[in-house]
Design a protein. Sequence first.
Length: 285
Amino acid sequence: MKRKGIHSGLIRYPGGKAKLLKLINTRLQRMFSEVGMTAEFREPFLGGGAVGLSLLAENHAIRRAWINDRDPAMAALWDAVIQIPTSLRVFVEILPEAMRLFPSSDYYQDDTEVLRSISNTSDTRKYPPGLVAAMKLAVHQISFSGLGTRAGGPMTNRLCRYSVERINAKIETFSDILSSVRLRHGTCTCLDFEELFSPGDAFFYFDPPYVKAGPQLYQVAFTQADHERLARLLRKESRPWLLSYDDHPLIHRLYGGWSRIAQVEVGCSINGCNRKKELLITKKS
């Protein structure tokens, strides 16, 4: 089967790397060629999945992957893409019709309240299979700037970015891609990032929550201690890795001197920002 090219993530998501895909994937492809054909691709902060899914779509030689997201609802969304894509597509189709038939119901607010109450994978099991995944997808598609539960509210035209055809095409494509590789634990895990440093032939892509705006952008953000812990682990890591971050003094302090830090400028659309600087970091050879 010929895999379709991936140009963006599954959902609208803050901090997505769609505009840096070519640059990031060129570096990841080089890392894979260095570690060998049996190496496992590991992405501890999957988010909307633009990087990982485009890498797997472009490089058929990658046969093993470990995808992970600490946000239980995000992990549930990816689990639904992997395990029950047909049911998820049905959920996607239902929402616009439900909003038309019951215009007084505030689906956005109701779904947001449920998502805010979810703090672990056990919470997701309180709901029918696929429902949390559908809520996560809908709230990000409908919310201002794709901020999900961190948005101030929905867009005025709630369905202007909610194309059933486009979303379901992505679900089908991403499900096909993920079914062609051997996934660790058979799904998207929901673990602390440190667990993905376990032994084995691997190469890594890290896209952790932003330093400055992380708490405003993500339901599951980082503390300064988390940023410092990640830096300590990467400093000791001998396997190939690539890290993307916001351009913040803390990151220069944590990674300066022992790593290679490249500054890149990308467009953005949050809070009136037109251009912003991001960092791509690797360990010095």
